[in-house]
Design a protein around this ligand. Sequence first.
Ligand SMILES: [Zn+2]
Length: 121
Amino acid sequence: MFKGRAFQSMLKGWGRRCCQCGDRSLFAGYLKISEKCAHCGEAYGHIRADDAPPYFTIMIVGHLVVPMILWSEQLWSPALWIQMATWIPITMLLMLWFLPRIKGATLGLMWSMKMRGDEQH
Ligand SMILES: [Zn+2]
């Protein structure tokens, strides 16, 4: 499944790059997808990833943070306020870091498979 064109497109999307030419214009904002690539003109505005990127982001960040919380609890049993003050900001930062990259990778996969994700067929 993850070989050749699909994998290359996901890598380019992860790097917020155009799946066609690799130019840094896949996104027009933090999470806003460009209508089309500023360099090669490839259209992206019609592709809808919907809630797949947040779903994958929650799954990945959850699997990173929850074991670390359990591990720190086993090792040090810190006070609850310390746990909250530590893990909530870490979770937020990881979410903010992963979300646009995962959205780009999802878009890359959809683009490589010619999926549109819209409801206009
Ligand atoms: Zn391009």
